[in-house]
Write a protein that binds this ligand. Structure first.
Ligand code: ATP
Ligand code: MG
Length: 572
């Protein structure tokens, strides 16, 4: 099981409850997704929080589908959510529930509120209800139907249930306070008519409870102790409490925390649906999306996502977390676990002129320098190789230490080579390098102790596996794509968020790789085999790049010198 959450303001509240035995020391949480889309990284935070807290206190956490709106909910989403929560590493044993399982009980509770004079059937139109509700500055007005006798309300509510009204003709409302400063308390709607079959209850119901009427009572029925939700529901808490107090049933504690926002993306199902339906991405599991399914296909691990959620923590202050924090955690994880292979994405052909034409050698390579138990493998070397085009410059600037004419570098696990000739096509483009190798440097070290400043990765051309690489960049080119008042967020979709390179050349070790297998392509990035890979053609998704070595070198070149000077300066 994944690790527990560390302390936060919610565990502080729970500790106080436990000291006063408010819930007899019990801790029982729930994760309550609405099955109207796929889960995203924000939901992961809620999942880690709810399941993590239960684990910390030796309590329980339920999975509850909040399926009160059949117009937007689908079985596909229920299945996807179930898979995603399980994939993240959490278990709910037999405690998977559906708000729709409680429709009969909720109906009875509504009848109870009518009986005690605290709910009524309103026949104002939806527009009128909105108009009568008032605004933040103006109190609402009471509906002319508000003071109907109990018997009439009971009969009309029964008529609503039996399908005697069309959609929009009647609603059941709680009778609270039309002048409340909290608009949620101005006679909120409890039930509306929806002539839509429900994925689970079919055509049984013509009326469906609103979120606020269903949620607290579902928590109560399941004997949840701490009902953790996001800050938007803070203003709903008085209503949450009002229903439970007036129905007079067991009363959990609602606690709100700040939802997770992430830079360079959007985290709202409404917006994610648009990206999917309007074709900006290839589906809910597109590796560019911040959905759990997308992150999984991108090569993220459950551990990296959980570590990220743990790092961002829980608080009451809204903010946006930088995407690089998420990337940091997947790098950390994959650095420890992903086997290394050599692959060339942007190839430049290298011919080793003094290497025998038909010879091939197997070079021993380390699978994972961070994990000795991962062992070694054999990588074929031959006369014709590919190196990365960026690893050669004909006229290198001062800080460029990689291959250049007349310069010696190391080919990882193989030999030292020197570039002797640069072959160009008629337009002056470099098409091939001629190099010589030093047979005495086999394995990558010179017996005379001479050193080189760069080690390059390479692939033997005749042995290489050709594959497709999908190189992803951020889905949005803006850090905060939702912040522009005049433009729709889709205006900021990054046109270069996916670049397909086909073929790339990979060492033959990957030949038997299966979808989901993760690798580090040395010096480039982490990759995962996509589910669209076939026996004939491997497809790799780039999970995350390594830090750019060239830029790092540039920075190093500039800074330490300055620091040195400062250190030498006399102390004052
Ligand atoms: P969205 O705005 O993405 O549609 P939602 O809140 O409508 O999200 P639900 O399915 O109702 O989606 O959410 C299930 C649970 O996940 C709720 O408890 C909700 O508060 C929580 N949750 C949703 N989005 C986030 C987020 N960005 N950060 C943390 N928790 C979230
Ligand atoms: Mg919701």
């Amino acid at each position: 099981m994944p690790g527990e959450n560390s302390s936060n303001f919610i565990t502080d509240i729970i500790d106080v409850h436990n000291e006063s035995a408010r819930f007899a020391g019990r801790v029982h949480t729930r994760f309550p997704p609405e099955p109207n889309g796929y889960l995203h990284i924000g939901h992961a935070k809620s999942i880690c929080l709810n399941f993590g807290i239960a684990e910390r206190y030796g309590g329980l956490c339920n999975l509850r589908f909040d399926d009160t709106n059949p117009a937007k909910e689908e079985q596909e989403y229920i299945d996807a959510i179930t898979e995603d929560v399980r994939w993240l590493g959490y278990q709910w044993q037999d405690r998977v529930y559906f708000a729709s399982d409680y429709f009969d009980q909720l109906y009875d509770m509504a009848v109870e509120l009518i009986r005690i004079g605290r709910a009524y059937v309103d026949e104002l139109s939806p527009e009128q209800i909105r108009e009568y509700r008032g605004t933040l500055n103006e109190p609402g007005r009471e509906s002319p139907y508000r003071n109907r006798p109990v018997e009439e309300n009971l009969a009309l509510f029964e008529k609503m249930r039996a399908g005697g009204f069309q959609e929009g003709e009647a609603v059941l409302r709680a009778k609270i306070d039309m002048s409340s400063g909290n608009i949620n308390m101005r006679d909120p709607v409890m039930y509306r008519i929806l002539d839509t079959p429900h994925p689970r209850t079919g055509g049984k119901w013509k009326i469906y409870p609103m979120y606020d009427f269903a949620h607290g009572q579902s928590d109560s029925i399941e004997e949840i102790t701490h009902s953790i939700c996001t800050l938007e529901y803070e203003d709903h808490r008085p209503l949450y409490d009002w229903y439970l107090d007036n129905i007079e049933i067991y009363h959990p504690q609602q606690i709100e925390f700040a939802r997770l926002n992430l830079s360079h993306t959007v985290l709202s199902k409404r917006k994610l649906i648009r990206l999917v339906e309007e074709g900006y991405v290839r589906g809910w599991d597109d590796p560019r999306l911040p959905t759990i399914a997308g992150l999984r296909r991108r090569g993220y691990t459950p551990a990296a996502i959980r570590d990220f959620c743990e790092e961002v923590g829980v608080g009451k202050v809204k903010g946006v977390v930088a995407l690089h924090k998420l990337e940091y955690h997947i790098r950390q994880d994959l650095n420890k676990t992903a086997p290394r292979v050599m692959a060339v994405i942007n190839p430049l052909k290298v011919v080793i002129t003094n290497y025998p034409d038909d010879q091939a050698e197997l070079m021993q390579a380390i699978n994972n320098p961070e994990d000795e138990s991962a062992g070694t493998r054999q990588v074929p070397f031959s006369k014709v190789l590919y190196i990365e085009r960026d690893d050669f410059m004909e006229d290198p600037p001062r800080k460029f230490f990689r291959l250049a004419p007349g310069r010696e570098v190391r080919l990882r696990y193989a030999y030292f080579i020197i570039c002797t000739d640069v072959i160009k096509d008629a337009d002056g483009n470099i098409v091939e390098l001629r190099c010589t190798y030093d047979p005495a440097t086999r394995g990558g070290a010179a017996p005379d102790g001479r050193r080189v400043k760069a080690t390059l990765h390479w692939v033997s051309a005749p042995h290489a596996v050709q594959a497709e690489a999908r190189l992803y960049d951020t889905l949005f080119s803006e850090e905060y794509p939702e912040n522009d008042r005049d433009k729709d967020f889709t205006a900021f979709v990054n046109p270069d968020s996916l670049r397909v390179v086909d073929p790339i050349y990979v060492e033959p070790h990957v030949e038997t790789a299966q979808p989901g297998d993760r690798f580090q392509f040395e010096r480039l990035a982490y990759f995962v085999v996509d589910e669209e890979a076939t026996a004939e053609k491997l497809v790799f998704n780039r999970t995350v790049t390594l830090r750019d070595q060239w830029r790092k070198a540039q920075r190093k070149g500039g800074q330490p010198a300055k620091r040195k000077r400062r250190r030498k300066a006399p102390q004052r």
